[in-house]
Design a protein around this ligand. Sequence first.
Ligand code: ATP
Length: 382
Amino acid sequence: MEKSKQAMILRNPQALSSKYIPRRLPHRDAQLRQLSIFFPGVEKSSAFFKSVQLIGSVGTGKTSTALLFAKNLEKGFETARIIYVNLKMLGDPSPWTVYTSILGQVSGRASRSLSAGEVFEKILDEFVKKKTTSFLFIVDEADELTSSRSLRGGRVVYNLTRLPEFGVENVLGVVFIARNEEWSRGLAPEEQSTLGSLIVRFPRYTLPQLVDILLYRASEAFSDQSALPDTVAEHVAKITIDLFEGDVRKALDILLYASLIADSEHSEKVTFSHVSRALAQILGRSSLDADIVKTLKQLERVVLAATLEILKNRESSYTTEREVIENVQALCERLQLPEPRIEEIEAALQRLHDLGILRISGPLRIYAEVVPIDDVRSLILK
Ligand SMILES: Nc1ncnc2c1ncn2[C@@H]1O[C@H](COP(=O)(O)OP(=O)(O)OP(=O)(O)O)[C@@H](O)[C@H]1O
């Protein structure tokens, strides 16, 4: 059914942007609780300096959790102030750029003419001046400090984690966010030792967790929550696990894209077909290359034709091995080719996967890495 032209699914598209910090973070309660155990407040009795690491792979909610925690801390304690530094955004993660960014946030002033050591001294002075404020540092993309591009990044870890030794009493601590626990291996022993071992881990989201997150984010972004059926949310979650290692940012990108397509068609709901088209855009899939087709054996071409044919007429983004086998058998019969054995079809599927033409994520989910073209058969079977 067509919707009136004014009514749109997306009421608040920003709520699907990966920059948006939602009010809740489903399935990250344990991590938020751990942070509030480490940083319970700003009172002297509870506020001794701590260095904490948030570790988890891409898109597991580390930054959002840290920022939501920080926001709540600032809300709960008038004198709390968060200093957030994203090292990737600084470009060159040297002590000078890090300290300059911190100084800018603490004092609102920049200091082009000073050396890194002098900027650090100024930061210490500012902390002493603002002794009624309690600061918490968040250093995001900390892996950059030990990357090959980093010039003496370890020095930053050393200095920030030793602020109390420089006489600074009003810093609650430093939270380092990194994807890989190994990041600290690149530090010198004295830098590692001040870093400490308070670690909050962020495991990858499971399928049901991703579904919950998508439904929650849709409830913030959509005019009507029924616009995202559970089955479609589950479909997006499966794709995210199969193709993007569960990175929730990708799940949100697919959902945003799919809902924009849905809105452009004045659809009332996001459908499987909107998701498939959004996925094709995000993967930047290209058409099947005729030169590659020439290198395929006959059965591989038939298997490819059978798979693309299913996907072309299909709302969903993937097919199953069973469907492919059935379609291959039907195709062979029609073309009067000898019926292949199941193992031969499986071997052909594997080769197409190895060539990057199909992506096989178990027998129940086979994706195409190329756009299903209109005249699949003539290209493949001639
Ligand atoms: N539990 C959750 N509930 C709702 N949204 C979430 C949740 N976890 C992550 N997100 C959203 O997913 C996006 C990516 O999350 P975030 O940037 O926090 O991940 P990350 O682990 O820091 O990723 P990276 O390592 O790539 O920096 C953000 O939009 C964030 O709000």
